[in-house]
Write a protein that binds this ligand. Sequence first.
Ligand code: PHB
Length: 364
Amino acid sequence: MKFNTLFSEATLGRLHLPHRVVMAPLTRSRSTQPGDIPNAMNANYYGQRASAALIITEATQISAQGKGYAFTPGIHSSEQIEGWKKVTDRVHGQGGRIFLQLWHVGRISHSVLQPDNALPVAPSAIAAEGQAFTEQGMLDFETPRALALEELAPIVEQYRQAAKNAKQAGFDGVEIHAANGYLLDQFLKDGTNQRTDNYGGSVDNRVRLVLEVTQAVTEVWGGDSVGIRISPTGTFNSMTESAPQTVFNHLVEQLNPFNLAYLHVVEQFGDGPVEDFDFAALRTLFNGAYIANGGYTGETADSSIQNKSSDFVAFGMPYIANPDLPERLQQGADLNEVDPNTLYGGDEKGYTDYPSLLQALEPA
Ligand code: PHB
């Protein structure tokens, strides 16, 4: 057995976790259409991964406007709540724990994905570079419509309702997605937020929407069943911020009164560069658990927790191809390779057919 620290028990908010290997949120675009409804195949996928210390679901839109990719699931209709119940029942039946990730994509969408083919919305009318994944194929991002001040409180209420829906669907908690260039991150960073009202300009103003969403969501769940994901240095989705350390240190300080279960930090996105940033400062400032994410191996995860740089480590890509990732890491077993062609959309192939160690040992 390897990695005594990674495989030590720990408390996370209200939960007692058997080890520290977390399944990161992963967009797989395989919900039932029309309606963006989680299905039996999705329940199989998450059930296969129930040995994670905690599963964080794929990003899940809080409203029709919050959708930005074809086939992603929502948490704003009764059919979606029923669909997610199949997932939470399966994971709990296998002894696991699962949080839902609450998502509004902001400008990272396309009018063909939006209700009434409206333009996507954002803090300011600034387009991202690149293309949206739609049912008609990849389409260039459009210049979004800047949200009016009166539209922000209703969006906070959509987060509140989605948090209530997640409770009804049987989740153990929720994660607020404030990372990777989606709506909340667009408000945090000055490359995308050029507002002149109370939600733009100063750092205090730019963190306001995230704090209002956190207030609403913790009123539903209690802080100890809520986490938040941030990506201070992330440039994915054309993001820029001129003073990330200032913004994110301030955000974390302002989050402390909510007594959140955890801060989930994307320290590196994909195999992109590691930017110069003092993540240890965030960890020191924050009063809850720290989940590190981005390019970790069993070795680096174990030493990160051992040297107190983090409490938990979330694995993304390795979880796609290795349903039993904790067992493989602990045993030092080889990892299955990810098939890059089956990441988004499609069927069981490249989704629920990656073998576990036990299956690999059994003759077909
Ligand atoms: C993606 O679909 O590529 C995606 C979704 C959510 C993220 C990051 C990437 O936070």
